[in-house]
Design a protein. Structure first.
Length: 392
């Protein structure tokens, strides 16, 4: 039995890999081995998936930013379709994970070929572009959502939907000790660590890195006790990230912006776990930070045109998922022109120091953790795998 899995993001690649492992466990001993093909990255390849398209080629953000990448994205899309059409064994099911801009097109083409499509990590149509639910109704056999409030939204439109839980909520905290993590990444365990996560796409890093480095320099000028950790997503090349930091340092007019205390590291979860506080680019990483219990500030910057369009279309009061889960703002959001080094430090400093702001955020993050980690609930990936196998 062959599965087509399409995961266009770093987080989706991780979920896809976990799903492959879970599905393989469900194969009967007398069955032929399960085969997997599709769109993914390092995690899915390690799990045994034939990644026809590398998800790094699809990592583009923003409505205006995507225009220049369309020829490449379309080329990769056609490559995927050719691989499906030329495959000796037709996929029994397609599982698309997040990335609606790309995956809605995959869903349309697979539906046209008579291959049932399941959407795991449902597109956030409740936030904007609600009219796209018609595509779900037309092309998607079943939706597997990861946030509890999403189920009611899809049921309202008659979609076959099942809430399976968030995969990150089931992942154990990293077991690596602070001392070992320091040794592996060239860090000083005696200093106070601050994690700065600029995003998993190159465009996001280019938009956020300089602001984060300026904020780090401002904090460093106040105290030499800090060391700043820049987790590099698996979808990015470490060498490229280091070169971006060097370019930012050389282009800066701030003489205090020196990268000696700013260290690119691997393993974002461990960086968050061992850091006193963090600044996080809006996205999946905000959920990860909440689950690690690390007080943080959310930032995001788009092109002015994209942001203008998004402001008119988005219907939710917050952009950070922990705030949406809590139903109120529990972590500061610094968007567009509000994302400055001074504002980051202004909101981050109270979370570093012992005091009521830090205690209050820790309590609020515990509430988010409780909402995502429901007692007695089976792991999200296991529930998703069961739902997929039932569908075929």
């Amino acid at each position: 039995m062959k599965f087509l899995i399409s995961a266009g993001e770093a987080s989706s690649d991780l979920y896809g890999a976990q799903l492959i492992v879970a599905l393989r466990r469900r194969a009967r001993k007398d069955d032929e081995p399960l085969e997997f093909m599709g769109v993914g990255g390092e995690c899915m390849r390690a799990a045994g998936c034939d990644t026809v398209v590398d998800s790094r080629h699809l990592a583009v953000v923003g409505m205006t930013e995507i225009v220049g990448h369309l020829p490449k994205i379309y080329s990769e899309f056609r490559k995927l379709l050719r691989a499906v059409d030329e495959s000796k064994t037709k996929p029994a099911v397609t599982v698309v994970i997040d990335s609606p801009a790309f995956n809605f097109r995959v869903a349309r083409e697979m539906h046209a070929r008579g291959i049932p499509v399941i959407y795991f990590v449902a597109p956030q149509l409740w936030a904007w572009r609600e009219h796209r639910v018609k595509r779900i109704q037309r092309w998607i056999k079943k939706v597997l959502c990861i946030f509890p409030f999403e189920e009611a939204f899809y049921r309202k439109y008659g979609v076959d939907v099942e809430y399976v839980g968030h995969p990150l909520a089931d992942m154990p905290k990293p077991e690596i000790s602070r001392a070992q993590y320091a040794q592996e990444n060239g860090l000083d365990p005696a200093r106070t660590w601050i994690a700065l996560l600029p995003g998993s796409r190159r465009k996001e890093v280019k938009a956020h890195l300089s602001g984060m480095m300026e904020a780090a320099a401002l904090l460093q000028s106040q105290s030499a006790k800090y060391q700043f950790l820049f987790p590099v997503a698996t979808s990015l090349d470490m060498g490229w990230f280091r070169s971006m930091m060097a370019q930012t340092e050389s282009a800066s007019r701030n003489p205090k912006l020196m990268t000696a205390s700013m260290i690119p590291v691997s393993n974002a979860a461990a960086a968050l776990l061992h850091s006193r506080a963090a600044t996080v680019t809006s996205g999946t990483a905000t959920v990860e930070a909440a689950l690690m219990g690390t007080p943080f500030v959310v930032v995001y910057r788009l092109s002015p045109l994209t942001f203008f369009a998004a402001k008119r279309l988005v219907k939710v009061p917050h952009v950070a998922m922990p705030n949406l889960i809590a139903g109120r703002q529990i972590v500061p959001e610094l968007l567009q022109e509000e994302f400055t080094a001074e504002n980051v430090v202004k909101h981050l400093q109270p979370l570093i120091d012992d005091g009521e702001p830090r205690r209050q955020m820790l309590a609020n993050l515990a509430g988010v953790q409780a909402a995502l980690r429901r007692k007695g609930q089976r792991p999200a990936i296991e529930r998703a795998a069961d739902a997929i196998m039932r569908s075929i």
